[in-house]
Ligand binder design. Structure first.
Ligand code: HEM
Length: 529
């Protein structure tokens, strides 16, 4: 660890980092004199730049609560993520500053939206302005060679790709391919049944959910599934997702904070990006070759894209999709294990509506009100995306007396909104009952008035999660199958009261998605069917 201190600034570099790099950043920060706390993660290194003023303040971990911006203009601010747990604190702290808050980090201006109304006013009603992504050197230019979808600016290329991606992930295609999803979740349940019988101490179910979600993507994209988690394709793709999600995480957008950094000699982050890009391109080359040589000519997204390439509409494209469905199921399993009384209500509903002789089907969804509420409340209470994926505005805008400068990153503080007691009574409680009266899907609500949305887990506006229909269907199949089949038991060690210690909901990893720390649960069969 290295600590550097001057009269106005203290720089703390945790873990290993090249000393000269620390010095460069320190000088830049002290010159601009607008940032009080910046945390940058570069590979294994974390750089924390904190002004003395902030260090001396008494709010948690150096975050200073600011008064409302005078004259409702934005204020030079004071934050950034300090690792997984403070990340939670940050979202709540940003909420305490109001519905809209602006902050400079390095040279990048960030606008944080923590109000349902302001998300609707800016990202939906002014969607034409607020739908770009930051033209980031590392996570777009280098990693995706200025292509792809998720991190693409709102340009002509993005608009040309939109109908194609919506065709693959839209409601109609998902419905037509529902067998893929149903089958994969049936296999998941069979695997959990089998493995639970052999492991009385319980286990961490993440890999099971991850494998099911991966197979669904694989079947949609290249028409093939993998048998188990030992498959080389599964392992390779899992590694790619992990690496790329890590690299596109906000904390690694170093060149957004300090654009000059992109001209530095090749650094660790640069090398990681190039390695990941080469691996991803090699992986997709193999997959594309496989699709081209498939004698059965199975229909899949890659085949559709190859046709578009042949028609001259596209050149090559690839984009790594995030792993939020598996993360959501991993969170919800932990929460349900902590709440046997909620499981009991769900079991009662499943037994009444479906009985114990057949598995739930998607057509049962409108009648399984409690299961639906469990899922919506899960996305609110422990959804996998805390700060959404930053939008970006390329021209100046004014809103309600605030000036939003061109080239600002605009972030939905979804966790902050989800913990707002004005919107949700007792927000820190997991309580599915709050959603019992809501019949509409999250996709439907996301296109209406933001104030009436169930939650903001899927983002907002024109960049709303394109996979929302697939995700909702997967979550329904996953949770309804798990609860139809099992009682999920907390297998943590016993506490002083003789009961298992409740599973902690701490975050293990943060990139775009967050995951719970390792925990143990038992899947106990409710019946023999
Ligand atoms: C519970 C599961 C999921 C959650 C919580 C989630 C959440 C999100 C969020 C927050 C965004 C950014 C939205 C914004 O910028 O306003 C996003 C974007 C996106 N998601 Fe998801 N997602 C999930 C599942 C999926 C699935 C299963 C797929 C596809 C297989 C998918 C594909 C995409 C794509 C392509 C985008 C980029 C949209 C764009 O930039 O225009 N997502 N998602």
């Amino acid at each position: 660890m290295l600590v550097y201190s001057s009269s106005s600034l203290t720089v703390v570099a945790a873990w290993t980092i090249v000393v000269s790099k620390v010095a460069v950043w320190a000088i830049m920060v002290s010159k601009s004199e607008v940032v009080s706390v910046v945390v940058l993660e570069v590979g294994a290194a974390t750089l924390v730049v904190v002004s003395k003023e902030v260090l001396e303040s008494n709010t948690p971990r150096g975050l200073r609560k600011l008064p409302s911006p005078p004259g409702r203009r934005f204020y030079f601010g004071h934050f950034f993520q300090l690792g997984p747990e403070p990340h939670k604190k940050f979202t709540e702290w940003a909420r305490s500053l109001g519905d809209i808050y602006g902050v400079y980090m390095g040279q990048q201006y960030w606008v944080i939206l923590t109000g349902d109304k302001v998300v609707g006013e800016l990202l939906q009603k002014r969607g034409a302005k607020y739908s770009s992504r930051s033209p980031n050197y590392y996570s777009f230019e280098l990693l995706y060679r200025n292509k792809g979808f998720n991190s693409s600016p709102y340009n002509e290329r993005y608009r040309m790709l939109t109908p194609l991606v919506h065709g693959i992930l839209g409601q109609r295609n998902i419905k037509e391919n529902s067998d893929i999803i149903d089958n994969e979740y049936r296999i998941l349940i069979q695997n959990l049944c089998k493995d639970s019988e052999n492991t009385k101490d319980g286990f961490y179910p993440k890999t099971y959910f991850h494998h099911a979600a991966f197979n669904i993507i694989a079947l949609f994209c290249w028409g093939k599934r993998t048998e188990n988690c030992e498959s080389s394709i599964y392992k390779e793709f899992g590694g790619l997702i992990d690496a790329q999600l890590y690299l596109v995480a906000t904390t690694n957008r170093v060149s957004s904070f300090f654009p000059i950094l992109k001209w530095l000699p090749k650094n660790k982050l640069y090398n990681m990006v190039i390695k990941s890009r080469t691996e991803a391109e090699t992986f997709f080359e193999k997959i594309i070759k496989d699709v081209k040589e498939d004698k059965e000519k199975r229909p899949c997204a890659i085949r559709d894209m190859l046709n578009k390439i042949n028609e001259g509409i596209l050149d090559d494209e690839y984009d790594i999709i995030h792993d939020s469905v598996a993360s959501s199921l991993t969170w919800l399993t932990a929460v349900l294990a902590n709440h046997p009384e909620i499981q009991a209500k769900a079991h009662q509903e499943l037994d009444q509506v479906i009985g114990q002789t057949r598995l739930p089907k998607i057509s049962d969804e409108p009648n399984l009100h409690y299961i639906r509420a469990i899922i919506k409340e899960g996305q609110r209470y422990c959804g996998p995306v805390y700060l959404s994926v930053p939008h970006y505005i390329e021209e100046d805008d004014d809103y309600n007396g605030y000036h939003i400068p061109a080239n600002s990153a605009v972030v939905i503080n979804s966790y902050g909104i989800h913990m707002d007691e004005k919107r949700y009574e007792n927000p820190k409680e997991y309580n599915p009952e709050r959603f019992l009266g809501i019949k509409e899907s999250s996709a439907m609500l996301a296109n209406g008035n933001c104030e009436y949305r169930d939650h903001f887990g899927f983002g907002a506006g024109r960049r709303l999660c394109t996979g929302i229909h697939l995700a909702e269907r997967e979550l329904f199949m996953g949770i309804s199958h798990l609860l139809w089949c099992f009682r999920i038991e907390n297998a943590s060690p016993l506490g002083k009261d003789g009961r298992p210690i409740p599973i902690g909901l701490d975050i293990e990893r943060f990139s775009i998605t967050v995951w719970p720390k390792n925990y143990r649960v038992r899947f106990v069969k409710r019946h023999d069917n």
